[in-house]
Design a protein around this ligand. Structure first.
Ligand code: FES
Length: 366
């Protein structure tokens, strides 16, 4: 495309002939490079000439949209009816969660039937008149733009929505229902979550019949005696209640994700407990390992400075000051786990965490 001196583009230098009239020409008389094949003869579809065929196509499209609605209803029922721990074995793949398969298939079929319904509708009932569209400037004139709106409106008429209201209603129903699973996913999977739910971990005595929970080495799952924890040593700890999740093989990762704890013995004289509580034993203290920034594992202990470091964004927590944040993007201390010693000399947690573990955005109060 060339431009005039004032910058306004003019029409293409290649002049298209009238439809079907032969060779292309140029203003300078250059040789034509393309033959205009013109339009092939129009072929009428069965639904164009036979009202019964049109009616049949209408019913087929409506049936496809109805199948989509059924698939969506299956999704919604399955979402509530299938237990989360229901699994089955599929040869070559292994154990699969039933709900994942049913939700995936039903949602897939729901979308599939809307798609092929729309394609079948377009191929059998919508207008199929061939048109020739000449090249034009990138930005259409205001008149063309207004005409485009008219074309869209006309398209609605060509789709026969006014003449065939069953298509309008079944398509509306299929599309409307199709949106519902996403709403359920958002409402059901992302929220609402209460502070109590966030605070609950498998350190809660309710997970152990109300009894204190032993601290276990991770991953050996052996109990830890107070005498095992020498000054300066570090233990990565899980609650004994994790064992039943390991035995069941269900929800192990969810249980572990919030339960990771780091256990350290400090010189008791160094501890400047700020809160009105003493939740350690002889300098042995336990804190959540889940960083309060965005949840990485705080696993680096600087023995000389008594600092815990998060490797992700370098948040640094001071163990001598109740794990207060002294550097980095974390906004609150690591939650402390109260510990004591049982009659056999093993370390136990008599209570769960008193605040949500993990990133601060979980904590609604801040
Ligand atoms: S996750 Fe720990 S500092 Fe960012």
């Amino acid at each position: 495309m060339n431009e005039h001196e004032n910058g306004a583009p003019h029409e293409s230098t290649v002049v298209a002939p009238a439809s079907g009239s032969g060779e292309l020409t140029t203003p300078g008389g250059l040789p034509a490079r393309f033959e205009n094949p013109g339009l092939p003869p129009h072929v009428y579809r069965a639904s164009d000439v036979d009202p019964a065929a049109g009616k049949r196509a209408e019913r087929q499209v409506a049936a496809l949209f109805t199948l989509s609605m059924i698939a969506t209803v299956v999704f919604l029922v399955a979402y509530f009816a299938i237990p989360d721990d229901s699994v089955f074995f599929f040869p070559g793949i292994g154990t699969i969660k039933t709900i994942n398969v049913v939700l995936g298939l039903s949602l897939g079929f729901s979308l599939f039937f809307i798609g092929i319904g729309a394609v079948h509708w377009a191929k059998t009932l919508m207008s199929d008149h061939e048109i020739v569209e000449e090249r034009h400037l990138l930005r259409s004139s205001d008149v063309d733009r207004a005409q485009a709106v008219d074309v869209v409106v006309e398209g609605g008429r060509n789709a026969q929505l006014d003449r065939r209201p069953i298509l309008k209603y079944t398509l509306g129903g299929a599309l409307g229902l199709f949106a519902l699973p996403f709403a359920f996913q958002v409402v059901g999977s992302l929220g609402p979550v209460t502070i109590e739910e966030l605070k609950h971990t498998i350190w809660d005595p309710s997970e152990n019949g109300g009894k204190p929970i032993r601290l276990m080495r991770d991953p050996e799952m052996t109990p830890i005696k107070l005498s095992d924890v020498t000054q300066g040593s570090v233990f990565h700890v899980m609650p004994e209640t994790l064992q039943k999740y390991l035995d069941d093989g269900k929800h192990v990762l969810e249980a572990k994700a919030k339960a990771a704890v780091i256990l350290i013995r400090l010189d008791p004289n160094l501890i400047k407990v700020k809160k009105a509580r003493d939740w350690g034993v002889d300098g042995v203290v336990a804190y959540s390992k889940i960083c309060t920034h965005v949840g990485c594992a705080v696993g680096l202990y600087e023995q000389q400075t008594h600092h815990l470091l998060c490797p992700c964004h370098q948040s640094t927590f001071d163990l001598t000051e109740d794990c207060a944040v002294i550097f980095g993007p974390a906004k609150r201390p690591l939650p402390q786990l109260k510990i004591t010693v049982d009659d056999a000399g093993y370390l136990v947690a008599p209570e769960g965490f008193h605040e949500p573990v993990g990133p601060s955005f979980w904590e609604r109060a801040r």
